[in-house]
Design a protein around this ligand. Structure first.
Ligand code: EPZ
Length: 416
């Protein structure tokens, strides 16, 4: 899928079932490298990034069966090097490093790929592993890591909050000698889910979800089963789509607790929100959203992965709204595409100022990353006329059946 025709002037109404979280499932798949016993992972979304992660695991020698549930057996890993053509495709491949090092004492991987939303360095991952006793050298974009015997537990103060690096250090520390403390740790729900999975297979982690995670190393891990949490960013994306189109929607099989900051902002925009233990209802019928001022920040702050979606909401809102991006240095590439659709937006350093207009106009737009793809498709749903959305291959990296789910809500999207 690389091009979509999106009919405009739609209201998005109805029910949508949320898929498993991409950003929890990806690291959890790589964490299975840590144990030689069988594990079962359910609620894994069907995404290209997931398929690449599975290909990487199989390349290392992991046995995988899929029957609605992923049955994974990493007992016979016999390769400790991951090939460039797979590593380069996803940012998540960095999470091979910690587990291979912790269990086998060696690992060799290329620097990972991922959405072009910034330089995406991995220095915090590597510094963390070095503090745990690893020897790491970086040559021609290839990371060569090794440790004699076991990694050694340590107190590690993160100089910057990093989801990825917190996951790398937490995973490696599960098999280290002694205890590790990760201070100034990231607090995302995905990290809590990963810690829950690791504890299910015998790890000893407390404090995940707080800014201080303590890991007591164990000599080996066991087997077990785990169900991945729902995707909070997919949920937020559908909620914004309904709000921007003045519709009403119920998101099922989701977790309202994971997106409080998003619900607060949607309520501020004028949406009526109701929540249950696994559903969220949003009603924006007959109401034009009010402009919002947003600043992205690490969880539980406003998620950077919802920045583009709320920029769309602001473009058709009543008033002037601002969005400041503090996590990534190049996450406004999609703004030029919204301006092509008539949006009135100014970029000042890491802030965008949106002057709300009543309607966007259809256009021929180009996606640059995963969240921008979803945003431009939603823009097409509410614009006047037929919008052609190009380069939608980014979309299937992180949204399961997005066009079909939107069509069930009243959109009219054709895959070309
Ligand atoms: C994860 O990326 C997510 N990706 C991102 O989602 C998400 O936007 C991000 O966390 C923040 O929540 C996955 O989970 C696969 P970080 P990650 O390490 O781990 C800098 C999506 O759309 N940094 O928290 O790469 C980094 O450049 C994706 O689903 C270093 O400087 O994010 C950024 O400015 C996009 N050195 C900041 O820290 C490092 O070693 C936060 O990055 C690592 C990160």
């Amino acid at each position: 899928m690389d091009k979509l025709h999106v009919q405009g002037n739609k209201n998005l109404n109805g029910n949508v079932v949320i898929s498993g979280s991409k950003n929890a499932a990806l690291p959890i798949l790589f964490m299975t490298i840590l144990t030689e016993e069988k594990v079962e992972i359910s609620n894994v979304p069907n995404l290209t990034d997931i398929n690449i992660a599975l290909k990487l695991l199989i390349y290392l020698g992991v046995k995988i069966k899929y029957k609605k549930i992923l049955y994974i057996d990493a007992s016979s890993i016999n390769i400790f090097y991951a090939p460039y053509h797979l590593i380069k495709k996803i940012r998540a491949s960095i999470w091979i490093l910690g587990p291979l090092l912790a269990r086998f004492g060696k690992a060799k991987i290329f620097l990972p790929g991922g959405c072009k939303i910034g330089s995406r360095p991995v220095d915090l991952h590597l510094n963390g592993l070095i503090q745990l006793g690893a020897k790491i050298n970086l040559k021609n974009n290839c990371i060569n890591a090794s440790v004699k015997g076991r990694l050694q537990g340590k107190y590690i103060l993160m100089e910057k909050i990093s989801v990825g690096a917190t996951i790398t250090i937490m995973s490696a520390a599960t098999l280290a000698q002694g205890s590790t403390v990760i201070d100034n740790a990231a607090r995302e729900p995905e990290i809590v889910d990963i810690a829950k999975f690791l504890n299910t297979i015998g790890a000893n982690i407390i404090g995940a979800g707080s800014n201080k995670i303590c890991i007591q190393g164990v000599s080996k891990l066991t087997g077990g089963a785990h169900r991945v949490i729902p995707d909070r960013i997919e949920t937020g994306t559908f909620l914004v789509g309904a709000a921007a189109s003045q519709g009403h929607i119920i998101c099922h099989k989701t977790e309202p607790k994971h997106l409080q900051s998003v619900l607060i902002k949607l309520t501020e925009a004028g949406a009526k929100i109701k929540t249950g233990n696994d559903w969220i209802k949003l009603d924006m019928r007959g109401k034009r959203p009010k402009s919002l001022n947003i600043c992205t920040s690490p969880y539980p702050g406003f998620p950077t992965d919802m920045q583009a979606q709320f920029a769309l909401l602001n473009t058709i809102s009543d008033g002037i709204g601002t969005i400041t991006e503090t996590i990534f240095e190049n996450r406004f590439v999609y703004i030029s595409e919204l301006i092509n659709m008539g949006a009135k937006i100014k970029i000042k350093n890491n802030t965008i100022i949106c002057y709300g207009i009543p309607k966007l106009i259809s256009s021929n737009v180009f996606c640059s990353d995963l969240r921008a793809s979803a945003t431009l498709i939603l823009a097409g749903c509410i614009a006047v006329g037929l919008t052609i959305v190009n380069h939608t291959h980014h979309l299937i990296r992180g949204y399961e059946s997005f066009p079909n789910k939107l069509n069930k809500l009243g959109a009219d999207i054709k895959i070309i």
